[in-house]
Design a protein around this ligand. Structure first.
Ligand code: DON
Length: 304
């Protein structure tokens, strides 16, 4: 374990000394205030070891990382019927691209691009009694942490500027792949994306996907086969048009968010979370991807 600590310490010192730290997302105005010099990394193994370096206890906006949690809840609620409304293929396009959705008759390529996540939000809106509260409770249960919350300023900021998401939702509606009203679905989706967590809280939250569906308290939230499917989707679709690059460099199922977070995991072994708010051209954390490449290359702890 001293070895793992040394690897993480080395990654941290490389990251804080990096010259190019990427560009902080500004299309959601509330996210633009975040200092790109933040860098946190946190590792949690299934056998109980954990170690964090840097800003691993600072809250940040999880954004698209929430799409994996929403998909998990949808699968727990309606199982395989999710796949009647969204496909499981990588899109090879940016997270907010709409052209494929039009060509493919309103069936999003996968649940991790925005249009797919909006369909999942619609499913949750239909099947949860108090959608926002119940979803937040699901996340709190996964993390065993009642302090996790939405950031209402971030949700409002995205509501005011999320024109492409409105376009996506309207397109879905025109193809009859949205049951609830556009505004209600997007209100849920913007709140889901606004959830804030630290690296340490996220490594706990995603523990269930490394542990065959059972969270840290050993409560089964998903069947083993469902956890397997979600990990496969993260591997093939978690980084949009950079999913191939992430698999190539890092070799783990993972998910990024425009808040600069990345969650990745090795089934049966560990979860790892990085936070570095500066993004690369594809909207994924620049230093986070580099850090995870270093981690799996140095430790040889990847699926390949
Ligand atoms: O819908 C959006 O554009 C944001 N709420 C989430 C996008 C995101 O995090 C893309 N990930 N890298």
């Amino acid at each position: 374990m001293q070895y793992l600590k040394a690897v993480l310490d080395g990654i941290y010192s490389d990251a804080i000394n990096a010259k190019d730290k990427g560009i902080v997302a500004s299309y959601i105005p509330e996210l633009a205030h975040v200092d790109k010099n933040n860098f946190g990394i946190h590792l949690r193994t299934l056998d109980g070891f954990e170690y964090g370096v840097g800003n691993f206890n600072t809250l940040f906006s999880i954004q698209s990382i929430s799409k994996v949690l929403a998909l998990s809840k949808a699968m727990a609620l309606i199982g395989e019927s999710v796949w009647e409304r969204v496909d499981v293929e990588p899109s090879g396009h940016p997270f907010n691209q709409l052209a494929l959705l039009e060509i493919e008759n309103g069936i999003p390529r996968n649940p991790l691009i925005n249009s797919g996540a909006i369909v999942i939000a619609d499913i949750l809106l239909t099947h949860l009694k108090n959608p926002k509260e119940d979803f937040l409770q699901f996340v709190r249960d996964l993390a065993n942490d009642a302090s996790i919350n939405f950031n209402l300023e971030v949700a409002e900021s995205e509501r005011n500027t999320g024109f492409k998401n409105y376009a996506a939702a309207n397109l879905l509606k025109s193809f009859n792949n949205l049951v609830n009203p556009v505004d209600a679905v997007l209100d849920f989706y913007f709140h889901q994306c606004s959830i804030e967590m630290t690296c340490s809280q996220l490594s706990k939250t995603f523990f269930f996907l490394a542990n065959k569906g059972a969270c840290l308290k050993n409560v089964a939230h998903l069947k083993e086969s469902q956890a397997k499917r979600i990990n496969a989707i993260m591997l093939t679709c978690g980084f949009y048009d950079e999913a191939g690059e992430f698999a190539f460099e890092v070799g783990l199922p993972g998910k990024s968010g425009v808040g600069g977070g990345i969650v990745a995991l090795l089934p049966d072994q560990y979860t790892i979370v990085t936070w570095s708010p500066g993004l690369n051209k594809k909207g994924n954390s620049l230093l986070g991807m580099q850090a995870l490449e270093q981690f799996t290359t140095k430790t040889k702890l990847s699926i390949f």
